[in-house]
Design a protein around this ligand. Sequence first.
Ligand code: CA
Length: 163
Amino acid sequence: MKMFLLLCALAVLTPVYVQGFCDTTQGWYPNSSTGKCYKVINLSMRWIYAVRECNKHGAELAFVTGPQDMAFVRYLAKYVYKVKVGLWMGGTDIDQAKAFYWINGAQFPPYTSQYWAPGQPDNFHGKEHCLQLWGSDSGLRNEYLFNDAQCSFEQLILCQKLM
Ligand SMILES: [Ca+2]
């Protein structure tokens, strides 16, 4: 009877364990408060290829779902990956300049306005429609803030997936 109960318990608990797992041996970083795993893919590429590359890893180009999530992304970029140029994230305003939305279709909520670098998004030369998290080379005192950049620019990418 005890063995039966143990097996029942394992059957119930095992899926929870599997769902709550980030494969850290493959470079995925867990954010247990949001249930997401993040990874910087160490290849420089255009934004559209970044979308595909994340898909290849069973993931998607990263987008944030709240201030806590954003704080974690900035922490990763600054302290874990020490990003210099920047990271592609899953945001674009390809439909209408400066009206950014996430690749899951959600418009940027009001709280995200605090994460744009000063003067951004500026759609410089009318050609900037993809979301970059600016790194330490931006000259913004390591603040790791949003910039709208040319989608054809090549830089590292940040992928996410659910635990
Ligand atoms: Ca810009």
